[in-house]
Design a protein around this ligand. Structure first.
Ligand SMILES: Cc1cc2nc3c(=O)[nH]c(=O)nc-3n(C[C@H](O)[C@H](O)[C@H](O)COP(=O)(O)OP(=O)(O)OC[C@H]3O[C@@H](n4cnc5c(N)ncnc54)[C@H](O)[C@@H]3O)c2cc1C
Length: 619
């Protein structure tokens, strides 16, 4: 049994739901075909299974080591990292002009799910490197691209994103790292960054840091921030590499992702750290924002990937672990012990994990597909429309992927029982590793503020209206399927709840109760996430139902008994039935709660705002 990702579900989403082969009609992707997409996935799976996965546990146990100012990544990481880079995976979705393979992002992200499920800590290193390379691709001068970008896309050098400082976490605008102009685009950098992933390690010879800093005299706050390329080793006048005065002062000891080095960095301790301005002065935040969509989607993928493998591990365990008798014979001490998958409560947990994972996968792949449509668009109108979908989807993807992924990992532990809590079994590591996804790349609270404060208000709410119009078009097709009638009804009620809360927020935003939308932004984001996943699962159920009816027709299985017979032997039919079950479970068990959640938000309960601070506890 495969334990990383359900490849049949991946194929279903890519080919039957999103029909990504149609991307090949665009000039940008015309050299690709379904065969090439599938081949890439197969190769990714091999590398993930054979090299990334075996290094996962070792990396967790050994962790990173900090000795004499140097950081060593886990020993087991070196080989798979090298093979990943040699295979050209790092630049899989980047254009051939920068050394990439030009695949659609949706295919590259399906590979991300495999690598991430196998070993997220290891995957952080190329993940951060890719982000830095993309910044250079979009905003670097030809000279900067020549010096750094190609080496980053090849994985020869690594990259980082250096934003956080002790006093500047979510509030990046209060950072104090300084950049003193030296002329010709060079600056003297001085300051301390904390929590920098891959800030120092021995997987590559050099590391190129993307550092947010304030040029002397620049305005306070986010508007005064610029971004700089700060290599650990910089080129001297002769073209040799010399030390650039970037010191690692320590690594964090943390709950999970032990194999990923989380570093404190001192820039310019000796006054010799040179940074090179990327883009224009004071545009650091704008540049970061431009790249944020991909980075946030990447973090959402972490939750999905780890939830995916947690589900498959738990499923395997539930089929093997014998405990108790079946419900029919539970009072009979002579009854045979059954695998725990026979117990209704365990099946409920498995269905929660299955439907959540499939819903997240559909949501996150859809976002990647929309990014591809932006990249491939042949008119401004098409580009703007898909960009609108992406902007709306990203905070939901990041937050839902990480939060729900965590809950799926937690449920895996529950299914394992006591063994799930023991380090000998893999699911406790998944839970520890997964937690960080709701915190970095903008906490999920900040994602909710982005959704409510920026995305909903952009273009007078047009982003949401456009998305709903696109969904309605698909819904009209689903409505023609009699078997989906009940599920469509529940989905429409949930959609109405989203609309009602959106209007409620709009009204509150115009009064002195403007804090109410901020108070409920996260529950609102969760509501939108459930509605979006419910919609995508409903769409899947409709497609699966159509395919299932075809299979029954092909086998002339007219009545229920004949259909049962087919399900016993036909894996394809069982898969489609499983898809319908996922949608039914999610829509009946989760989406039916939408109305109550909307009611809670609109109850006008402001207790959390009104309670005095000492009211939380006198102690
Ligand atoms: C393992 C790890 C890896 C990391 N990797 C990197 C990296 O590579 N590069 C990098 O630059 N940083 C990195 N970070 C830092 C990470 O991005 C920050 O921790 C995160 O942005 C939150 O900042 P903070 O920890 O200072 O929390 P705070 O900003 O202090 O937030 C604490 C709480 O307050 C809430 N909060 C804060 N402000 C608001 C507000 N205005 N409205 C509502 N709620 C608010 C937050 O949501 C959170 O719940 C990493 C952190 C860790 C732990």
């Amino acid at each position: 049994m495969k334990l990383l990702v359900d490849e049949r579900d991946v194929s279903f989403i890519l080919h039957e739901q999103l029909r990504i082969e149609e991307l090949c009609r665009y000039p940008k992707y015309s050299s690709f075909s379904r065969d090439l997409f599938d081949m890439a996935l197969q190769e990714a799976e091999k590398l993930a299974e054979k090299e990334f996965y075996p290094a996962n546990r070792d990396g967790d146990r050994q962790g990173c080591r900090f000795e004499n100012g140097k950081v060593r990544a886990p020993d087991a990481y070196h080989r798979p990292y090298q093979h990943y880079c040699e295979g050209g995976w790092l630049a899989m979705s980047d254009p051939p002009e920068v050394g990439g393979q030009g695949f659609p992002l949706v295919v590259a992200n399906a590979c991300v799910e495999l690598f991430g499920a196998a070993n997220w800590s290891l995957f952080m290193y190329p993940g951060l490197t890719h982000g830095s390379a993309r910044l250079l691709e979009e905003f670097g001068t030809p000279e900067q691209q020549e010096l750094y970008m190609h080496k980053l896309f090849a994985g020869e050098w690594a990259g980082t994103m250096c934003m956080t400082e002790a006093q500047a976490g979510s509030d990046v605008g209060s950072l104090t790292t300084r950049a003193t102009p030296l002329g010709e685009g060079t600056y003297l950098i001085s300051g301390q960054k904390i929590f920098i992933s891959s800030g120092m390690h021995d997987l590559t010879e050099n590391i190129v840091h993307m550092v947010l800093a304030r040029i002397d005299g620049a305005p306070k706050g986010a508007r005064g921030i610029s971004i700089f390329i700060v290599p650990r080793l910089r080129y001297d006048v002769d073209g040799g590499l010399v030390d650039n005065d970037v010191a690692c002062t320590g690594i964090e000891h943390k709950m999970g992702i032990h194999g990923s080095a989380t570093c404190s960095l001192n820039f310019g301790e000796n006054g010799k750290c040179i940074g090179y301005l990327l883009g224009q002065e004071h545009t650091g935040m704008r540049i970061m924002f431009e790249m944020m969509n991909e980075a946030r989607l990447f973090v959402g993928m972490q939750g999905l990937a780890q939830g995916s493998t947690a589900y498959l591990h738990a499923l395997k365990y539930a089929k093997e672990r014998l405990q108790g008798a079946s419900a029919e014979r539970m009072k009979d001490p002579t009854a045979p012990r059954v695998p725990i998958i026979h117990h209704p409560d365990v099946r409920r947990m498995l269905m929660f994990m299955k439907s959540s994972t499939e819903g997240m996968r559909a949501l996150l792949y859809l976002a990647a597909y929309c990014i591809d449509r932006v990249r491939a668009a042949q008119s401004e109108e098409e580009k703007e429309r898909f960009k609108g979908y992406v902007d709306l989807l990203i905070p939901i993807c990041k937050s839902v992927g990480s939060d729900l992924g965590f809950r799926v990992c937690e449920t895996a532990i529950q299914i394992y029982g006591g063994y799930g809590y023991i380090t000998e079994f893999p699911v406790e590591q998944l839970l520890r590793d997964c937690k960080i996804a709701s915190i970095y790349e903008g906490t999920n609270g900040i994602q909710a503020l982005d959704l409510v404060g920026r995305k909903l208000t952009q273009k007078r709410g047009q982003l949401l209206k456009n998305a709903m119009a696109a969904m309605t078009e698909i819904l009209e097709r689903i409505r023609t399927n009699f078997n989906m009638r009940e599920l469509v009804g529940i989905y429409e009620e949930a959609q109405e709840s989203v609309i009602q809360v959106t209007k409620f927020f709009a009204l509150k935003g115009m009064t002195d109760e403007f804090q109410v939308p901020l108070l409920h932004a996260k529950p609102y984001l969760d509501l939108c996430g459930d509605a979006a996943m419910g919609f995508l699962l409903l769409w899947q159920a409709h497609l699966a139902d159509r395919r299932l009816q075809e299979i029954y027709r092909d086998h002339r299985a007219g009545d229920a008994r004949a259909q049962q017979e087919i399900l016993k032997n036909n894996r394809s039919a069982a898969f489609y039935l499983g898809k319908i079950a996922s949608a039914r479970f999610f829509i009946n068990q989760v989406l039916t709660q939408a109305h109550g959640r909307a009611r809670a938000i609109m109850s006008n309960d402001k207790s959390a705002l009104e309670i005095p601070e000492y009211g939380f506890s006198l102690g």
